[in-house]
Design a protein around this ligand. Sequence first.
Ligand code: ADP
Ligand code: MG
Length: 682
Amino acid sequence: MNLRTPITDIKGVGPKTGEKFVGAGIATAGDLINYYPRTYDDYSGAENIADIKPGKVTLRARVESISTRYARRNLKITTATLVDDNDDKVQAVWFNQPFRERQLKAGGQFYFSGDFKLQYGRYQLSSPKCEAAKDMPLKSDNIVPVYSLKNGLKMSTLKTVITNVKPLIAVLPENLPFDVVADGNLMSHSDAVMEAHFPTSRDKLKQARSRLAFEELYSLILAARMNRDANQRIKARPIKFTLDNIKTFVANLPFTMTSAQRRAAWEILQDFGRDVPMNRLLQGDVGSGKTVVAALAAYQAKVDGYQTAIMVPTEVLATQHAATFANLLSGLNVNVALLTGSVKGKARDEVLEKLKNCEIDIIIGTHALFQPNVEFQNLGFVVIDEQHRFGVRQRQELLDKTGDKYLPHLLAMTATPIPRSLQLTVFGDVDVSTLNELPKGRQVVETKIIMPANRQPVTERVRAELAAGHQIYYIAKLIEEKEDSEKTSADVLYKKVVKAYPGARVGILHGKMPAETKEKIMREFEAHETDILVSTTVVEVGVDVPNATVMVIENADQFGLAQLHQLRGRVGRGDAKSYCFVVQTDGGEPSRRLKEIERSNDGFYLAEVDLAMRGAGEIYGTAQHGDLNLKVANLADTKMIKRASDAAKATIEQLKVQPDYLENYPELQQLINKYQKLTTLN
Ligand code: ADP
Ligand code: MG
C-alpha cells in the first residue's frame, strides 16, 4: 500500500463504497489521508448529572428509555431518559433525528454533549451529540473526529477505512524543508496527520493542527512569492509619465480628485514606467471613485500610443462604463468604443477593424473581449473591473492578446476589499492600492433590517421618496436554481410592487432578458422614465443612478455579505439621504449577516467578517471552486500568517543560492505548483 493505492484496494472498501469515495473526491489512499476531520467533538470533562448547569455539558450515561413521536407534520421528536452511575436522570431531546433511536439502543453507555437548557417548560439536554462509550479511543481525552460526509459516505465507514491506512500515515515522509521544521519547532508531518485523525490529547491535537495550518500557509505564501518573482522576469513596454497630460486630464474633470485617488494614480503611473508588467489591485469601497483612476491611467497610455482594454462582468455595466469613460475623456481626443455580445454584424466588424488599426484607444467590453478574433495593434494596459468575478484562465487569455513576449500592465479593480490576511497569502503576488476615502459629501446609507411581518417602514419610506421625486431599487432573490426562476422571482416581486405603489412607473430587469432589452430598461431608469426598478442582482456592480435613494433587498439573508454591501452601494450616490432595507426571509432572529450589514457601512470591515464566515474559496473562487479553501489554516490567524510568511521569505532567499533546494520535497513542490496556478494573475 502506498499513497497512490486506489481507494478500492483498501481493506473495508467494497465496490459500492469505493464509488462513493471516488465521487467525494477521495480516489486514493493519499486523498483519504488528506481528508482531515471537519471538526472534533470533545467529550472530555464528563460531569455528573446532579452537577450540570444550563449551558454546554458533557455526560457519560446509560439510555434508560428512548422513543419517537410525531408532534405535527414535518416534526418528529425523539426523547430519551439518560441515567448516570449515581442514578441521577436527565431528559434528552432531538428534533427530526429519528435515527437516534437506532443509534442509542436502550441500555447502552454513551457520551452526550450538547446544550442543557429550558425548553417546553423543563430543562433538557437539547439535540446532544452522542458517541458510544466503547468507541472512545482508549487513553485519550475523549476527542472524537468528525468528518464531513460527502456523497452518501457514512461516518462509521470513514472512521473504519481511515484506521486501515494508519500504517501508511505512520511512515509519511516529511514534506517541509528540514530547516523550516527545525526553525519553526514543528511537529513532524507524519505525527501531525496521525494526531489529526486519531487525536490523543487536546494539547497534541492543537500542536498538530497548528503544524498543518503552517504547512498550508507556508506553501501558499511561497507560491505567491514565486509567482511574483516570475512576474518580475516577464517584460512589459514602459508607458511614459507625462505630467502635462495628467494635468490636462485632471483639469478636465468636473470634480477634484480625492487624495486617495491621487495616491493610487501615482502608484499606477510609477508601475507604468517600469519594463516589468504591473500587477496591481485597486480596491476601494463602492462609490470611492475607482473609475476615474482607471481613466486617468488609460489616458496616459493613449498619450504614449498604447491601447487599453477594460473588462467588466455585465453588459449593463459595460454600456455604462463606455459612457462614463467617454464623458471623463471628452475633449481630450480619445476614441472610446464598446464591444459586447450585442454589438453584432457590421458594427462589430468595424470595431474589430478599428482596434486592429489602433483607431480605438479604449475598448470596453465583457468577456466578448476574449474572443480570438479580437486583435489589438498595441495593447499596453488592461483593466479588469470587479476582479473577483473573473477566473484565472480568462485573465490568461486576455494577457496573451499582445501576441508577443511583452505583457500589458494589469490593473484589477474591486469593491470587495481584500482582507489583509489574503493580501499576504492568496494575493501575495499582487501590489495593492487602496481608496480609503470617499469623495466629499457622500452620505452614509441608513440600513434597516425588516422582518417579513412588518413591512410598513419600507412602504412608508418608498412612498415618501417617490413623492420627493427620487427613485427606488427593489431586488429579488432567485428562489430556486431553476432555468427560469430568475424571471419568475422578478415577475412575482414586480406584481407586488406595482400593486403597492399605484401610479408609480415600474421597470423590471433580470438576467435572462436579451442584452438590448436590459440596456433599454437601464436607460429608462437612468433617464427617470421609470421610478422603481425591480431587478435581480444584475444591477449589483457599478450601476450609477444618483437620484436613487432607496434600496429594498428581498430575502436579504440569502445573499452574501459582500454582495449585500455591493447592492447597497447603488444608493447614496447623490446628495440626498439614502436608505437600504434588508428584508429577512422568515421571522425569528435576524441573521448574523443582516445584523452586520445594518451595523456597518465599512466595506473593509464587512470583507473581514465575510471571510471569517465563508472562507476564502467561496469568496475568491476560481475555476476549481473551493480549492482555495484551506483545510486547516485560519486566515484570521495573523500570528500564524506572519510565521509562515517569514519562513517563506527565508526559503526564497535560500532558493537564490541553491536553486534545487526544493527538489527533495516533491509533495511540497506539487502543492506549490497547484497554488501558483490558482493564485496568479498572469
Ligand atoms: P466605484 O469605486 O464604486 O467604481 P465610481 O468610479 O463609479 O465608484 O464613482 C462613483 C461616483 O463618484 C461617480 O458618479 C463618479 O463620477 C463620482 N466621483 C468619483 N470621484 C469623485 C471625486 N473625487 N469627487 C466627486 N465625485 C467623484
Ligand atoms: Mg466601479
